[in-house]
Design a protein around this ligand. Structure first.
Ligand code: GLP
Length: 248
């Protein structure tokens, strides 16, 4: 089963499409008097999405008061205040610039001692459930097909957990750190099953991701290409620019 795609001329146009989907969801949930539960991603891909949401907040009055967020992942170990943490990333690009209630923000904690991580992961899953599940999950994709930090080989049944990062992932993300040795060796990530439970999923990809996008959209469903497992979800769309769609 192929994954449906929406193709845009530029990342900016694609980001605007995703931002409009998010705004529509927030307004619908507001009208129904219930919170909108968003699953959020980091990396370079969603930066233009967050910029558009901030613009909609400032210029069009889009409010995040009724929004609950769960981020996909965080490096481990890493202090939240580190410039490279996903905690810092999210506050810089979105949370500090909109009216979200800090109590509604959830990001895996990269600074817990190791013997507390298991319990933290279980409670993260529970918090998602208590919020009524994720209405809309935003994803990027790694060059090896990872979603969140679910590296190739991650089980379709995996939940939020501590994982070892692939070397290729550490190299791809080294630009955020001073050098490769400074990139944490582990991360806490929502699992594949956590992601599949979202009611709707939008995966964004721009530029040189063409080969992994074609494997994910129309290749075999395999745990070796984590994003290919999304073929089994009934409400997923890939939002691409022309380059990322170039191999389809
Ligand atoms: C990181 C993140 C992923 C992200 C991926 C791609 O490893 N954990 O959530 O999708 O890298 O990053 P980028 O958008 O910078 O290409």
């Amino acid at each position: 089963e192929k994954i449906p795609v929406e193709i845009f001329t530029t990342p900016k146009e694609g980001s605007k499409y995703v931002a409009r989907e998010i705004a529509t969801l927030i307004k619908e949930k507001n009208a129904a008097g219930v919170p909108a539960v968003l699953g959020l991603a980091t990396g370079s891909t969603p930066i233009s999405l967050y910029a558009e949401l901030v613009r909609m907040h400032k210029e069009e009055g889009l409010s995040f008061k009724n929004v609950i967020t769960f981020n996909l992942d965080e490096y481990y170990p890493l202090e939240r205040e580190a410039l490279q943490s996903y905690y810092s990333f999210m506050h810089r690009h979105l949370f500090n610039q909109v009216d979200i209630n800090p109590a509604n923000i959830h990001i895996p904690n990269g600074e817990l001692p190791k013997d507390k991580v298991k319990e933290h992961c279980a409670s993260y899953e529970q918090q998602i459930e208590d919020a009524g599940g994720i209405d809309l999950q935003i994803l990027g994709i790694g060059n090896n097909g990872h979603i969140g930090f679910n590296e190739p080989g991650s089980s379709i049944f995996s939940k939020t957990r501590l994982i070892n990062l692939d070397n290729s992932t550490r190299m791809a993300n080294a630009r955020e750190f001073q050098n490769i040795a400074k990139v944490p060796r582990m991360a806490i990530t929502m699992g594949i099953s956590t992601i599949l439970k979202a009611k709707r999923i939008l995966l964004m990809a721009w530029g040189s991701k063409g080969p992994i996008i074609s494997k994910s959209v129309e290749g075999h469903v395999t745990e070796q290409v984590p994003a290919s497992i999304l073929q089994q979800h009934n409400n997923v769309t890939f939002v691409l620019d022309e380059a990322a769609a170039g191999d389809l």
